[in-house]
Design a protein around this ligand. Structure first.
Ligand code: HEM
Length: 126
């Protein structure tokens, strides 16, 4: 079953669908393993999944549970265009697994805008 509504439940499913694919990916996993380790069931990863669910809830539902600074977390990681492109690809795949197309478009559009903004602010050139 795919969701046709964005709510906290479907956002939690999206996040839990996306991050295991991140950890299994050769291009993006090293950045995450460096910061959070390689065990998605560890307390640090569970905290990250919770944080990211709150982040997307505040984006999509405006429920204000996220108070972090998303850009700041990405300085000093030496992120590349290739890594961003792969992150966006994996996110789009997870979105398509969880949501009906028109609902999923919200996350695709938002993630592309944020990724472009991150790349500009982080000075990602290659
Ligand atoms: C190459 C692409 C990306 C990589 C490798 C990456 C990696 C990471 C890592 C390792 C963290 C944890 C940092 C820490 O706890 O020290 C993090 C945090 C985070 N990322 Fe990304 N990220 C990427 C792109 C994005 C994009 C495009 C978004 C949003 C659309 C995003 C949203 C966030 C948020 C909200 C946090 C939590 C920030 C906080 O601590 O409040 N990331 N990311």
């Amino acid at each position: 079953m795919k969701y046709n509504t964005i709510n906290q439940e479907s956002i939690a499913v999206l996040v839990k669908t996306f991050y295991p694919t991140i950890l299994a990916d050769k291009i993006v996993s090293p950045f995450f393993i460096e910061k959070l380790g390689d065990d998605i069931n560890s307390p640090i990863w569970q905290e990250h999944l919770e944080l990211l669910s709150n982040f997307w809830s505040s984006m999509a539902l405006g429920d204000g549970d996220y108070n972090g600074n998303p850009l700041a977390a990405h300085f000093g990681m030496d992120l590349t265009k290739e890594a961003f492109a792969q992150w966006l690809h994996l996110f789009a795949v997870a979105i398509d697994r969880v949501y009906e197309p028109r609902v999923g478009d919200f996350f695709k559009e938002r993630s592309q805008i944020i990724a472009r903004n991150f790349m500009a602010n982080l000075g990602v050139l290659k």
